[in-house]
Design a protein around this ligand. Structure first.
Ligand SMILES: Cc1cc2nc3c(=O)[nH]c(=O)nc-3n(C[C@H](O)[C@H](O)[C@H](O)COP(=O)(O)OP(=O)(O)OC[C@H]3O[C@@H](n4cnc5c(N)ncnc54)[C@H](O)[C@@H]3O)c2cc1C
Length: 415
């Protein structure tokens, strides 16, 4: 078993420096333009693919890095570059993690390459769980998956919303309910292959931040996918449904209450990706902190740099302290996941909660330190502040993280 260390090792530090170069030289100069254009930044994704940052191999390497902190380090550097462009580059991994978490080895081998495409023909993937009436409450999903035994096909019908890369992705991973009576435990995840008829993009959302990342509704109208597109396979699903029905009949955790233990496809995906999302938030916070520190040292008012005032210097001290504390929580959770430690106090949720709230707080302080300049688009902290706001919303809101932590530490079904 690998022991926890704050030294990621030479290989990981080399990856960090390489990503930092890409973030500084390619992402930063392009960030403001793509934020304004509010379009998918294909040239940036293509450049990431060309040098090997946008590929299943790169993420697999980071994911399986024995230090356990490969993914957080990569996320922090890319999101230090820019959060909108960062999400445009890594949005595919949410769908990839869903396949990794729920799929067979064969399914992973089939779909991962198709999600990323090649440097000459870049593709995206989308993970579609949220629906208009099922955001925090994933057990309320209405999208139905019905098995057509004669054709060995699944038929998907419903409307998904807020899907990152939704409608422009080659591969969509869709969470649907197979047995609505079982709530979250009656759900399964399906791959919708490229070009499948019946899947279309609905409304594309105009957003407050992370505007270079595409977010849209996905409409599924009689979408037919082959039986092998059910992640994990039918035998495993049938066994799981039978267990859930048995527990429900005994008045156990088979119904909606079962979701507290993360015993469904969507929750499994979210659990695995929470520390990585926290690391993204840390990247934004660190970027804003650095701008504010430089500014405070050079901006002169009342005949001295503004950092000479304790009020400003202490804010910067708190910003740095919170960022480092958040990183420690993220690294711990990521290491626990990599070494299969049980999350006895919902440490993954803790890391995402604290890092997300830290990013919002730090970017707000950075705007304050930059005064009027902080409020304009001449300086990047205004964009960073807008970008940070998503980190208390997606991948489980801050309230939902607190709910998960509270249930975990108390053992009680807190509502
Ligand atoms: C930019 C963006 C990208 C996204 N990408 C994806 C994606 O790729 N795939 C995907 O499936 N989804 C995605 N989402 C959806 C995202 O995960 C949801 O928005 C999020 O889970 C919250 O759901 P909701 O918006 O329906 O809010 P609601 O669940 O309606 O929550 C509204 C408010 O009520 C609070 N609340 C709800 N229940 C409770 C409770 N029990 N206790 C206390 N407070 C509660 C919430 O914390 C929140 O403050 C994305 C969203 C955005 C905005």
């Amino acid at each position: 078993m690998s022991t926890f260390s704050l030294d990621p090792g030479e290989d990981q530090l080399a990856v960090r420096d390489w990503l930092h170069g890409f973030a500084a030289d390619v992402m930063r100069p392009a960030a403001a333009e793509w934020d304004e254009r509010e379009e998918t930044p294909w040239p940036i994704i293509q450049e990431a693919a060309r040098i090997g940052i946008y590929s299943p191999d790169f993420y697999a390497q980071q994911y399986f890095d024995p230090s356990g902190v490969g993914i957080p380090i990569a996320m922090e550097e890319l999101f230090w570059g820019d959060a909108g462009l960062g999400l445009a580059i890594v949005g595919t991994t949410l769908a990839a993690v869903a396949v990794l978490a729920n799929g067979t080895a064969e399914q992973i081998g089939t779909w991962a390459p198709q999600m990323f495409g090649t440097p000459d023909d870049v593709k995206l993937a989308a993970f579609c769980s949220s629906e208009p009436d099922a955001g925090s409450d994933v057990s309320a999903l209405r999208t139905r998956a019905v098995y057509d035994q004669a054709k060995d096909e699944w038929v998907l019908d419903g409307t998904k919303t807020w899907a990152t890369n939704g409608g422009i992705a080659a591969v969509h991973v869709v969470v649907a309910t197979v047995d609505p009576a079982l709530g979250a435990r009656g759900q399964a995840s399906f791959v919708v292959p490229p070009g499948t008829p019946g899947l279309s993009q609905g409304q594309k959302f105009k957003k407050h931040g992370i505007r270079a990342s595409h977010t849209a509704e996905v409409v599924l109208d009689g979408v037919r996918v082959p039986g092998h597109c059910l992640l994990g396979g039918k035998e495993k699903l049938d066994a799981r449904l039978a267990r859930a029905r048995e527990q429900a009949a005994q008045g156990g955790a088979g119904g909606q209450g079962g979701r507290a233990k993360g015993a469904n496809a969507a929750m499994a995906t979210f659990e695995a990706s929470r520390p990585a999302v926290g690391a993204q938030a840390i990247g934004i916070a660190r970027a804003a902190y650095e701008v504010a520190l430089d500014y405070a040292k050079t901006r002169v008012q009342f005949g001295r740099p503004i950092i000479d005032n304790q009020g400003v210097a202490f804010t910067l001290a708190d910003m740095k302290t919170r960022i480092d504390a958040a990183r420690l929580l993220v690294w711990r959770a990521s290491w626990m996941a990599a070494t299969n430690q049980p999350f006895t106090s919902a440490e993954g949720s803790m890391s995402k909660l604290y890092a997300g709230e830290t990013a919002k707080w730090v970017t707000a302080q950075a705007m304050q330190i930059l005064g009027g300049n902080g409020y304009t688009r001449e300086y990047p902290v205004e964009r960073m502040h807008r970008d940070s706001a998503i980190y208390s919303i997606f991948e489980g809101t801050s309230e939902i993280q607190r709910l998960v932590i509270a249930r975990s530490i108390s053992g009680l079904p807190i509502r």
